[in-house]
Design a protein around this ligand. Structure first.
Ligand code: ADP
Ligand code: MG
Length: 357
């Protein structure tokens, strides 16, 4: 078990693409951290930089307090003592399950008896006890992922790195493996960095969630913090389907620039001050009322267990709402009110403040 510290890590690919930009991250010993972000945000690049398959172009990576990558230092992956599982793990088809799991121990030249005991233990952990002699061709996708997980755990890694390890599986198997992954890693007290593009998976599993975009960290926090206090319009939209409205904060409240929307100060939360701003409205903070004379029209209305996912068109503005109890019909007229809006100074304003600071 170990901590993982990244300080000022940047990575530029030979093609010129910036994969990571001055990234700081501290994963505590025994912590489960999820990295989430849209495709191309740098999740895999970050994970592979920890694993040692990529070398940062600036900054340092330290595991358990010792630098494994940095100026003049580079520890190869096989010496970092990490376990890694990918989306579609290559389980070698010509080897049985036990031999597949044993592979890292052979590389490490462990004695035969110890190898056998460790393989049995790792297979037990992932619920495949007694499966050592099985031919991988007879396994389901979920069972193959368990074999990959056993192989990642068999050498008792300091940190477990998962890159979309559950993403290729279908429900309900995926859901079950999520639960098992959580109980297994928590029981072992393993430090885990879990990459996923699935925001619900990240929020469900992790102690802390890191939201990435454009190779930079947008926010780090507990699932509750990210959902209730998003640090930017991007995080509010990515994690919670917030509607983002450009406008300005004035004496009476927020006024949208391209729509007749005005939200009074009393209903505003977030980073105050006057000037150009963006309003983020979370779906649960919009209220819809059936009203045949309403000035908004329902475009879609999907049933959901925790509330219906409704999109309304309100004078050219498309708003996403979550309603409980009342599920409007498509094309129905409604009136809309904003219970709470989160205000963020506009990018332009923010960078001007940075220049001044
Ligand atoms: P994610 O895993 O979040 O989808 P990646 O880490 O794979 O994102 O990619 C981050 C950025 O780096 C993207 O712009 C991607 O196109 C670029 N990138 C990834 N791998 C390579 C590579 N081998 N060569 C050049 N650019 C790459
Ligand atoms: Mg990826």
């Amino acid at each position: 078990m170990a901590s993982v510290h990244l300080d000022g890590v940047s990575l530029r690919y030979p093609s010129g693409t910036l994969g990571l930009e001055r990234l700081d991250l501290r994963v505590g010993d025994g912590e489960f951290v999820a990295l989430v972000g849209p495709s191309g945000s740098g999740k895999t690049t970050l994970l592979r930089s920890i694993a040692g398959f990529l070398a940062p172009t600036a900054g340092t990576v330290a595991i358990d307090g010792s630098t494994v990558a940095g100026p003049g230092v580079f520890t190869p992956p096989e010496e970092r003592r990490l376990g890694m599982v990918f989306q579609q793990h290559a389980v070698w088809p010509h080897w049985n399950v036990g031999r597949n799991v044993e592979y890292p121990l052979r590389l490490a030249k462990l004695p035969r008896a110890e190898r056998a005991a460790r393989v049995a233990e790792a297979l037990d952990m992932v619920g495949l006890g007694g499966w050592a002699k099985r031919d991988p061709a007879t396994l389901s996708g979920g069972q193959r992922q368990r074999v990959a997980l056993a192989r990642a755990l068999v050498a008792r890694p300091r940190v477990l790195l998962l890159d979309e390890a559950l993403s290729a599986l279908d429900e309900p198997l995926r859901d079950r493996l999520r639960l098992e992954l959580q109980s297994l890693t928590r029981t072992l007290g393993l430090t885990v960095v879990h990459v996923t593009h699935d925001r619900d998976e990240a929020l469900a599993l992790a102690d802390r969630v890191v939201v990435l975009d454009g190779g930079r960290i947008q926010q780090i926090g507990s699932p509750e913090q990210l959902v209730t206090e998003p640090a930017s319009p991007f995080v509010a939209r990515f994690l919670s389907d917030a509607t983002i409205v450009p406008g300005a904060c004035e004496a009476g409240g927020f006024r949208a620039s391209a729509h007749p929307l005005v939200v009074p100060t009393a209903a505003l939360a977030g980073q105050g001050g006057r000037g150009d701003a963006e309003l983020a409205v979370l779906p649960q903070d919009l209220e819809l009322r059936a009203d045949e004379h309403g000035d908004a029209v329902v475009r879609s209305s999907l049933f959901g267990r925790e509330g219906n996912d409704v999109i309304v068109d309100w004078q050219g503005l498309s708003l996403r709402a979550r309603t409980t109890g009342y599920r409007p019909r498509v094309d129905e007229r409604v009136t809309v009110s904003v219970r709470r809006g989160l205000v963020f100074p506009s990018e332009g304003v923010r960078s001007a403040q940075r220049v001044l600071a």
